[in-house]
Design a protein. Structure first.
Length: 251
């Protein structure tokens, strides 16, 4: 009987470890189950997050149309309102001041330096992502940003994975830093068409290439592990993204 209990305990431990025997199908099923067990409030939060993300992705197109119609102020004012609403709803004073300051800056810029202010939003986004990813690499601020996602699915994993996730987080941090500098250059010296094309399309193609390249390399680097497929990884990001982001804001 005691031998049976030990075997059950060992099996339970293996389920929470990123191990070769864990199948991709099991990961997908776990993701589906996690989505189904989300509370109504969480699902509303996820839906709002998706809508806001889509608005930010469409921002370059909105700005380009506004510039062509001599209405470059529309997009900054719209996103100023979004940040202002977020500032009103958020409870933490630090986050409230941060979002309110962005809202006021966008609103003032929309009336005095319309085109430049409209083109500044992608720079702010890239700098914010650079800060969020990079902050988790500092001492006493870990684990790394990407490891936080992985640990929600796999509380334990083999040696070497944590260091790999930290290096991967560093790569994304440098990627966002490069984008911030490049977006500044485009806003100052490039045409409106090139600015909109890079921020509205090329930047997402680069993100996709980086993700695909890392996914392929991950199989080479950890051949003994069962790697979740892109669908399972995307599902995890959607389900757990809000939680990870809120935890980081509390730090």
């Amino acid at each position: 009987m005691s031998h049976y209990k030990k075997r059950r305990k060992r099996k339970s431990r293996n389920r929470s470890t990123l191990a070769p025997k864990q199948s991709t199908e099991a990961i997908i099923q776990a993701g589906n189950k996690q989505i189904q067990t989300q509370s109504g409030l969480s699902l509303v939060g996820i839906t709002k997050g998706i809508i806001v993300t889509c608005l930010f992705m469409a921002y370059p197109l909105l700005v380009y149309i506004g510039i062509q119609q001599q209405m470059a102020w529309v997009a900054p004012v719209l996103f100023s309102a979004i940040y202002l609403l977020q500032a009103v709803k958020v409870r933490r004073v630090k986050a409230k001041l941060y979002k309110a300051s962005i809202a006021v800056t966008l609103l003032l810029g929309a009336f005095y330096v319309q085109t430049l202010t409209a083109k500044a939003m992608p720079v702010l986004i890239q700098l914010m992502l650079m800060f969020v990813f990079g902050k988790t690499l500092l001492k006493n601020h870990g684990p790394s940003f990407i490891e936080r996602f992985v640990r929600l699915e796999f509380p334990q994993f083999p040696p070497g994975v944590s260091d790999y996730l930290a290096r991967l987080t560093l790569i994304w941090t440098l990627f966002f830093a490069f984008n911030a500098v490049f977006c500044i250059a485009l806003a100052l010296w490039a045409s409106d068409q090139w600015w909109a094309l890079y921020n509205g399309l090329i930047i997402y193609l680069l993100i996709g290439l980086l993700m695909i390249g890392e996914y392929i390399y991950r199989h080479v680097r950890f051949p003994e592990l069962s790697i979740p497929n892109p669908a399972a990884s995307l599902r995890s990001m959607v389900v757990n993204g809000r939680k990870v982001w809120m935890d980081l804001e509390k730090q």
